[in-house]
Design a protein around this ligand. Structure first.
Ligand code: TYM
Length: 333
């Protein structure tokens, strides 16, 4: 049976990019593979973000990220769901992997380049980020990793680290593959400024748990195809992020209607956005209702995370033991 692993950073509210790009696949693969699908709120990774050094905020966001994943339909009784820092083996394996990974290779990672460019002083954790990610995945010998397209390079590096380890110490790890949602490889930000991302702030994101009227305020002013200057100008829905969002939220007749309408100037952008908002409301209302119910029962989330860490460690511990032996750490007894 395949073993699935994925992680999500508690660096801000989960948004629809996370949801369609990755979380929906967590649920789908969870239904297929049960406890063999392992998901993790990666709080150690979040420390690489400049805003992370806020004790209360990190803990709160970690809790909220778990809650959001349960609200979209991940059942902690069925899958394995935990917080990364609760399983210290992630860091131990990561350290071993840093010694198989040339600095030059890490410096070439596009996410590292993008993020480090904006910083005056770059924490070395940011450079090591993909090594820790490889450790997350390989600690469970996972072979399937549901992620958005932006993680492709990191998964490639994970494969390479697995190959290097196997070559140096004997066959141990599988070479994991990314699993994408082909309809949601890279969801654009609502500000029209590239990919939607937690780290880009609230102007970029449509939060999964964001109040619907706040979502509407963002959609209302969101940029559309710049060729449509006047209501009577035809547009190209493939060049419009509202068109992209319709493909995620609307049913086929609505998509046909707005795509045709846009091309023939039969529908204005405001009406097109209102139709989108209908789909958004239908999608997000049940998720937000479930999140509200979970908020009333914080012990459910806490107990699930305690149990999840226990389950994760039970898988990780023997694998880490195998690694220690293969690497040659002294064993006493
Ligand atoms: P993070 O927290 O940035 O994002 C979580 C998941 O959401 C996907 N995603 C998107 N997909 C489509 N369109 C978007 N605009 C969009 N924005 C985000 C991401 O690809 C990701 O799958 N490095 C990971 C966290 C991580 C991890 C791991 C993932 C740590 N260890 C091990 C898999 C396996 C990250 O930054 O996720």
């Amino acid at each position: 049976m395949p073993r699935v692993f994925s992680g999500i950073q508690p660096t801000g509210e989960p948004h629809i990019g996370n949801y369609f790009g990755a979380m929906q696949n967590y649920v789908k693969l969870g239904d297929l593979y049960g406890k063999n699908s392992i998901y993790c709120v990666v709080d150690l990774h979040a420390l690489t973000s400049p805003t992370a050094f806020d004790r209360q905020l990190l803990a709160q966001r970690t809790f909220d990220m778990a809650l959001a994943n349960f609200a979209v339909g991940l059942d902690p009784q069925k899958v394995t769901f935990f917080v990364q820092s609760h399983v210290p083996e992630h860091q131990e394996l990561s350290w071993i992997f840093t010694n198989l990974t040339p600095v030059g290779e890490l410096e070439r990672m596009t996410q590292y380049k993008d993020k480090s460019e904006q910083l005056e002083s770059v924490p070395s954790g940011l450079l090591m980020y993909p090594v820790l990610m490889a450790a997350d995945i390989l600690l469970y010998k996972a072979d399937t990793v549901p992620v958005g397209e932006d993680q492709t390079q990191h998964i490639e590096l994970t494969r390479e680290i697995a190959r290097k380890f196997n070559h140096a110490f004997g066959e141990t790890f599988p070479e994991p593959k990314a699993e994408y949602n082909r309809q949601a490889l890279r969801i654009p930000g609502v500000d029209g400024n590239g990919k939607m991302g937690k780290s880009k702030g609230e102007t970029s994101t449509l939060g999964l748990l964001e109040p619907l009227d706040a979502i509407w305020q963002k959609l209302r002013v969101a940029p559309t195809d710049p060729a449509r200057v006047r209501r009577t100008d035809p547009g190209d829905p493939d060049k419009c992020l509202i068109g992209d969002y319709h493909k995620l939220f609307s049913d086929l007749p609505t998509i046909d209607l707005v795509y045709q309408g846009c091309r023939t100037a039969g529908i204005g952008c405001v009406d097109c956005k209102k139709l989108l908002m209908k789909g958004v409301t239908e999608h997000l209302t049940p998720i937000q209702d479930r999140a509200e119910t979970l908020r009333q029962d914080p012990d459910f989330v806490r107990d699930a995370l305690v149990q999840g860490a226990r389950e994760a460690r039970a898988i990780a511990a023997p694998i880490m033991d195998e690694v220690r032996t293969k690497v040659g750490f002294l064993k006493l007894g």
